[in-house]
Design a protein around this ligand. Sequence first.
Ligand code: SF4
Length: 269
Amino acid sequence: MISLKRNIKGELVPARGLRTKLSSMYAPNQIEEFKISRSKFNDFLKCKRCFYLDRVQGLVSPSTPGWTLNQATDLLLKKEFDECREQQIPHRIFEKFGLDNVVPFHHKDIDLWRESLHHGLQHQVENSNLVLHGGIDDVWVDLNNQQLIIVDYKSQSSSKPVTKETYLFGAYKQEYKIQLDFYAYLLVKMGFRVSPIGYFYVCNADRNVDRFNGRLLFEETIIPYSWSIDWLDQQISHMTNVLNSDHLPDGNPACENCAYAMQRTRIES
Ligand code: SF4
């Protein structure tokens, strides 16, 4: 994909490929607090080298356009769930999925928890200057036991039915699981009692209708997921070591971006 750098007026400007804001870069062994978002942690899991080039060396990855249709479903769902939160009533779909005793969680910081860019759920790693954060889509609460439930909205369009037996299969869905694991880790570390089951609220646009007529028809399904956080401490410790190292880690041999860059360098030279 060709990505062009523009200023806020939409005018093309030279792309330098390097960060200018020093606070967004980590200096190995720095003592000042440094924030790592869920998406940067996911970058670390995918490729230590790119993570290091970004966070320590300040390399800027090409930008990608926003997923505006997904954002629209997220926004509208948020409005629905906020109405239920206000009245402390179950959402219209809960009964169908056996969640009669669940309501959206009311907390003074819920808007901050959903703000992924600058806030989100936050936890300062023990004996470390790293602060992990991640913006969650929603938190519900089970009124039977007062445990919090982690929720992530997903929008898609697939001709295959969404079922709890098949939805989380495949390498691509591994990242979804990591996402819920990460949020569960943060909520647990923040001192909340968290239900061992989180949910994906999946909105699947029907491709099989006869006409568009200016509308997409979505089927909504709630998919349970038993999160796991045992693996995270070790990875966070590994990430800390990478950040504090002067050594550029190896890349991921499966990465198409690196293959493209190497082939391009070969051809141009
Ligand atoms: S392997 Fe891919 S992700 Fe890693 S450094 Fe190269 S371009 Fe970046």
